[in-house]
Design a protein around this ligand. Structure first.
Ligand SMILES: [Ca+2]
Length: 329
């Protein structure tokens, strides 16, 4: 498995072709009534005017401030290899080097934050495009998996633009722009991991300890859709049994999610203990959570993936966080 690309572990027989443009909704330049309603809900949730705009119909989950265990210890790294061998199409290719940057496991403390319950959807992203604050997804240069051939190619693919699917074919800058428009920002790598893992350090997968091939949208070794019911990307929130301890959905699988940090393989060793984020530029940004075409080991809460910030593909989306004004650990 090449860590700079998305691994494909299964092929599908469906024949799909291209190309409609992204669907748009909402009104130009100002929030729709539905958006205003969401604003009210969010203000009430926070007890303060903490969100300039809103983007999420099903809202956010609160991750209380305090400590959590980030990263993997030796036992977790061994479990990672076991899950790779179980869920990767070429089990003998699994390498310890794919997981070693999760070490060491350390106690970090984060301030309180709110994170989107779902990955950002096509329809939500389209509202930002309509408002003039986001560029449309980069369909023409997007790296996609052709489900009829099992090969990757460049260009749009029919079926990617349904309103309730996570937005894909957006680069890191587009993800950042959307979150800013929505009144938040991308999660730090630490915030993402805590939202997926919960306060207890030993948890390996968002829903618990045991591998469950029907609790997420992943790249099944028995053929795409063999266990999870979706050959390609699934609508957000399709796997409630895969919810994280805080109720965030699809933290494992469906699409990879951009995080704020520049990727640094050594950052888990060097990071400060309070609200760490790596702002030192490197060649890659972090991706977390696995994807619909990726081995199940990518969906582990500790797994650290990466991509160049200008990369666009059909397996990468994002979600946002909002920070209360008076957040405290
Ligand atoms: Ca995901």
């Amino acid at each position: 498995m090449d860590r700079t690309r998305i691994a494909i572990v299964a092929l599908a027989a469906a024949t799909l072709s291209c190309c409609d443009m992204p669907r748009r909704s909402g009104v130009e330049g100002r929030p729709s009534p539905a958006l205003g309603h969401q604003l009210g809900e969010r203000a009430a949730l926070a007890g303060a005017d903490i969100w300039r705009k809103a983007s999420r119909p099903e809202g956010l989950v609160r991750v209380p401030g305090g400590p959590f265990q980030r990263g993997s210890d030796e036992a977790a790294l061994e479990a990672a290899m076991d899950l790779c061998k179980l869920t990767y199409a070429r089990p003998r290719a699994c390498q310890e080097a794919w997981f070693e940057h999760e070490a060491p496991r350390r106690t970090l403390t984060l301030n309180t934050f709110f994170i989107d319950r779902h990955e950002v959807t096509q329809s939500e992203y389209a509202q930002c495009v309509e408002a003039g604050a986001c560029a449309p997804p980069a369909w023409e240069r997007c790296d996609v998996l052709d489900l009829s051939t099992g090969q990757r190619r460049t260009g749009p693919r029919e079926g990617l633009q349904a309103p309730n699917l996570p937005v894909v074919c957006v680069d890191w800058g587009q993800a950042r722009a959307f979150c800013a428009w929505a009144g938040g920002r991308l999660p730090t790598e630490a915030e993402w991991e805590k939202a997926a893992r919960g306060p207890e350090g030993a948890r390996e997968l968002p829903w618990g300890e045991a591998w469950d091939p029907a609790a997420l949208n992943w790249g099944e070794t028995g053929g795409l859709g063999a266990y999870d019911g979706h050959e390609g990307i699934a609508p957000v929130g399709a796997y409630p049994r895969g919810a994280s301890p805080y109720g965030a959905l699809d933290m494992g699988g469906n699409v990879w999610e951009w995080v704020a940090d520049w990727y640094d393989p050594d950052f888990y060793k060097d990071a400060p203990e309070l609200n760490p984020v790596n702002l030192k530029p490197s060649r890659h940004k972090g991706l977390r959570g696995g994807a619909w075409s990726f081995a199940g080991s990518g969906a582990r809460v500790a797994f650290r993936h990466l991509a160049a910030p200008d990369r666009v593909e059909d397996g990468v989306g994002f979600r946002c966080v909002r920070i209360p004004k008076e957040a405290s650990p």
